[in-house]
Design a binder for this molecule. Structure first.
Ligand SMILES: *Cc1c(COP(=O)(O)O)cnc(C)c1O
Length: 353
């Protein structure tokens, strides 16, 4: 990817170097406007990373000490970290077969301290947002979408991140749109929240040296915004390639009963971030693939409440089942169809087909 883009990225670096603006500025404005156009957003607020985006969202909604926030038991730790770091308590809800917060189980997580829900669009697949929003509004709860893995996914014609009060994205290098370092983004439908988020991430300032709020520094690195502006032009083409390769996987693995494939990956509300299969003999399979030079990963080996730092009792049978069986196969726009075919050949060989 970066070999193909190298000349453009180097030219951007030279521009930023000569410009001498390294925090916020023109490149960040261009990124926010470009993303608004691409995803049809009314507001896009760039920030330092996706984890800060979640924390800023909670702060902007006034969530803190004594409050409870419902999050799925299966997610990247950031979702839980952000809740703990604002002084609130995460309440874990088990997930469904696809690894998404199980909407029918949310009710059991409610208490009089519940203030918000953070649905996570895990692996790039969106939670059924109209349903989740109806539940949240019925119970007077705020919704922050953790759309860190779902940049480019849409439901009912609307981008991930635009259903809840605030949506959070990440441009961590491995995400579908990745910086050459750290960056993130927030979106909201409410102008007042837009203003508050922009102030919070810039030391609470409404103007230079006017600190209206207790803020922090989560501003965006101009160089990362500049690199993202280069990559943004390619995003839609990359998405098409991801979907094309995902289709090859689905077709090739159709007859392999030992492998449960992500059937919804071609849908518009899945951005094909990860191609996660479920298999019983995960360790042996990943080892075999590694010996053939094929890298795999596990997203994630433990549900968050079972991780040491977050430890919470309680059973999360589906989250545990997925943690024990999930395996992410290679999927990115610089793979070739031939490479995917040969990965599938090895998968079939492992199962003696
Ligand atoms: C990547 C990710 C984040 C955090 O984003 P960073 O930019 O790495 O801080 C949050 N939630 C989920 C689900 C993620 O995958």
């Amino acid at each position: 990817m970066h070999r193909e883009l190298a000349e453009e990225l180097k030219a951007k670096f030279a521009d930023v170097l000569m410009d001498g603006i390294f925090s916020a500025g023109r490149e960040v404005d261009e990124l926010e406007n470009g993303i608004c156009r691409l995803l049809g957003l009314t507001s896009a607020i760039a920030c330092s990373n996706g984890t800060d985006a979640l924390e800023l969202a909670l702060q902007a909604l006034g969530i803190g000490q004594g409050d409870e926030v419902i999050i799925p038991a299966l997610t990247w730790v950031s979702t839980a970290e952000a809740v703990v770091n604002v002084g609130a308590s995460p309440v874990y809800c088990d997930v469904d077969e696809e690894g998404l917060i199980a909407i029918p189980l949310i009710e059991k997580c409610l208490s009089r301290h519940t203030k918000a829900i953070i649905p996570v669009h895990l692996y790039g697949k969106m939670v059924a947002m109209p349903q989740l929003m109806a539940f949240a509004r019925n119970h007077g709860l705020k919704v922050i979408e953790d759309a860190a893995q779902a940049f480019g996914a849409f439901q009912e014609g609307k981008s991930a991140g635009t259903f809840g009060d605030i949506g959070c994205f990440s441009f961590y290098p491995t995400k579908n749109l990745g910086a050459l370092g750290e960056a993130g983004l927030l979106t909201t439908q409410e102008e007042e929240l837009d203003i508050r988020l922009r102030r919070l991430l810039n030391h609470g300032q409404s103007a230079r040296d006017v600190h209206e709020l207790m803020g922090r520094n989560s501003k965006t690195d101009s160089l990362q915004a500049a690199f993202l502006n280069v990559k943004l032009k390619y995003f839609e083409r990359w998405q098409e390639t991801r979907k094309k390769l995902a289709l090859v996987y689905l077709n090739e693995l159709e007859g392999v009963n030992e492998i449960i494939s992500p059937q919804s990956i071609l849908n518009i509300d899945h951005n094909a971030h990860l191609f996660t299969v479920r298999v019983q003999e995960r360790t042996a399979l990943s080892l075999y693939l590694e010996q053939q030079g094929i890298g795999t990963a596990v997203h994630y080996p433990l549900p968050v409440p079972l991780i040491k730092a977050f430890h919470r009792p309680g059973g999360f049978p589906m989250a545990e089942k997925i943690s024990n069986t999930t395996l992410s196969l290679p999927l990115h726009p610089y793979l070739t169809e031939g490479q995917v075919l040969s990965i599938c050949r090895e998968l079939k060989r492992f199962y003696g087909k």
